[in-house]
Design a protein around this ligand. Structure first.
Ligand SMILES: [Zn+2]
Ligand SMILES: [Zn+2]
Length: 326
């Protein structure tokens, strides 16, 4: 984030003109699984101290130190000195950090519904207002109706464009380079944990279907495009359709599982635009086609229909996991 002016705490970050836009910067943050793990434990379990995270999972002190300092730089956490004896430092979520809950909630809901990984042990979520186990539903803030990916049209705004929207500084995750966070969102990371995957996903949601379209929009070498398309087909997010006229031409379309990932993208885009502003204007403009107004996501409880708030979402861990996490 060296390219950005440092934000005063709790204020919007103004991005450099012509540089990476809000989507690129936000994706650089949420595309890192340890970052999400740290924020999730701060949100859901109230962790504040360095040793809390060190004891909560297989994170190394090098990784933890690096991630915490990046979170402070990005104004997602603040480091606060507490005058105990000896003095300690606590890490607390800023308003920007606390507002990441819809992103984590939609990731969790997608994994829970579409990924059957017996090792994930995802906890359940309870809505404090109605006391029921729920899943979040995406709705349009303008008209209050439930919104699906096919009802939302996206166009690049003044700071948009492919080259400005692809993160430049995502933490590179090497294969088998060490332990991974527990109870996390493995396929979510296959979707957004890497700049080319995110670009491919964005291209698919913005209507690319042919190999050449993906290649052109992503600006990636053909071998990478081919490899990512294969991965997305393997995990069932895209499906290949042969063309009867041209047997060598296939088109790629989002499956139901792929379209169901839209709430994650919508909440990331909303958070990105809220906290990172390019002087030219937004990176992407979303329109809810049924009401023709600007689309802003709002999450509702599947059980009572009320609007969800961060404070009303409770994590319900099963007792066996609780022993190892808290
Ligand atoms: Zn609407
Ligand atoms: Zn409810």
């Amino acid at each position: 984030m060296a390219q950005n002016k440092p934000a005063a705490r709790g204020e919007v970050t103004v991005l450099e003109p012509g540089g990476p836009n809000a989507i690129a910067v936000a994706n650089g943050i949420v595309g890192d699984e340890w970052t999400l793990w740290i924020v999730q434990l701060a949100l859901n379990s109230g962790l504040t101290q360095y040793n809390d995270w060190l004891g909560a999972g297989p994170i190394s002190s090098t990784v933890l130190t690096a991630r915490l300092s990046r979170l402070v730089e990005s104004d997602i956490m603040q480091r606060v000195r507490v005058d105990t004896r000896p003095p300690r430092h606590h890490y607390r979520l800023t308003p920007r950090g606390r507002q990441m809950w819809p992103i984590l909630l939609t990731m969790w809901a997608w994994e829970q519904k579409w990924v059957n990984d017996p090792d994930e042990h995802l906890p359940e979520m309870r809505h404090a207002r109605c006391n029921a186990i729920f899943s979040p539903l995406l709705s349009c803030e303008s008209c209050n109706e439930i919104a699906e990916a096919r009802d939302v049209r996206g166009r690049f705004g003044p700071s948009g464009g492919w080259d400005r929207s692809i993160p430049t500084a995502v933490t590179r995750r090497r294969k088998h380079s060490g332990p991974r966070p527990p109870e996390l969102i493995t396929q979510t990371m296959a979707m957004i944990g890497n700049r080319w995957s995110t670009a491919l996903l964005g291209a698919a949601f913005l209507g690319a279907t042919r190999f050449g379209e993906f290649e052109q929009r992503m600006g990636a070498p053909p071998t990478i495009v081919a490899e990512r398309l294969r991965t997305f087909c393997d995990i069932g997010v895209l499906t290949q359709t042969p063309n009867p006229q041209r047997p060598d031409w296939v088109t790629y379309h989002l499956t139901e599982k792929g379209r169901a990932f839209f709430p994650v993208l919508a909440t990331v885009i909303e958070w990105a635009h809220r906290w990172f502003q390019a002087p030219e204007g937004p990176a992407l403009r979303l329109t809810h086609t049924p009401c023709r107004r600007a689309f802003h996501p709002r999450l509702l409880c599947s059980e009572c229909g009320d609007r969800l708030r961060g404070s009303s979402v409770q994590v319900v861990r099963n007792p066996a996991d609780q022993a190892s996490v808290s």
